[in-house]
Design a protein around this ligand. Structure first.
Ligand code: DGI
Ligand code: FE
Ligand code: FE
Length: 192
């Protein structure tokens, strides 16, 4: 599947605003892949489809988690999380993508996970820093991304966790576990 075909498929699922965001994530993901030695064509495809399920019916997504996905924990931490794992499921079923690395990058794009692959990191970070993002703290993450993908993700996670806690929203355990995993790695590499 080429870029144009993939974009035409995803465009039907998204609003204009979300499609523009997706284009920003695509360009950013390709740049990050080139910068950090990732696979630009996988980054491109994963980025194109990362928000495929953003506007799917919430009840439909909850059913998918219940009936089709192994990990049910997403159900306990807010509806915003559903579009990532369900997106991976729908992209496989409906679009026919079965590259596991790409599907996982979609699956984990909102929460991250401990021991993320480079492709997962690229999509996660591109989603956070694409040029259309305006939220507080994003510029600091963009600066960090110039030198370290892990440092940038740690800062993005800190921002997100703070944002959620200020609003008394639930923090998904793997969001915190991702933060701990990357901070631990950094500490280990600093002492050696
Ligand atoms: O889909 P996007 O808007 O492009 O970005 P995203 O996939 O990162 O989703 C952002 C939303 O997800 C935002 O409303 C905050 C929420 N979110 C991110 N991490 C967590 C979270 N929500 C909960 N409850 N827990 C998390 O750990
Ligand atoms: Fe998303
Ligand atoms: Fe997104």
């Amino acid at each position: 599947m080429n870029r144009e075909q993939a974009l035409a498929i995803v465009k039907l699922q998204l609003t204009e605003h979300r499609y523009t965001h997706t284009l920003g994530v695509v360009e950013t993901a390709i740049k990050l892949a080139e910068q950090f030695g990732g696979d630009p064509s996988k980054a491109e495809l994963a980025a194109i489809f990362h928000d495929y399920a953003k506007f799917r019916d919430k009840e439909e997504m909850k059913r998918v988690v219940q009936e089709k996905l192994e990990d049910k924990s997403f159900l306990e931490y807010g509806d915003e999380l559903l579009h990532a794992p369900c997106g991976a499921y729908f992209v496989k079923q409906e679009v026919g993508i079965d590259d596991q690395e790409i599907l996982q990058a979609i699956y984990y794009h909102t929460t991250g996970r401990p021991q993320m692959t480079l492709l997962e990191k690229i999509v996660f970070l591109a989603d956070y820093i694409e040029p259309g993002r305006k939220f507080k703290g994003v510029e600091e993450v963009r600066q960090l991304a110039k030198t370290s993908i892990d440092d940038a993700i740690v800062q993005a996670l800190e921002n997100t966790i703070n944002f959620l806690m200020k609003r008394r929203q639930r923090v998904y355990p793997d969001t915190l576990a991702t933060y701990n995993d990357l901070v631990n790695r950094k500490r280990r590499s600093d002492v050696s």
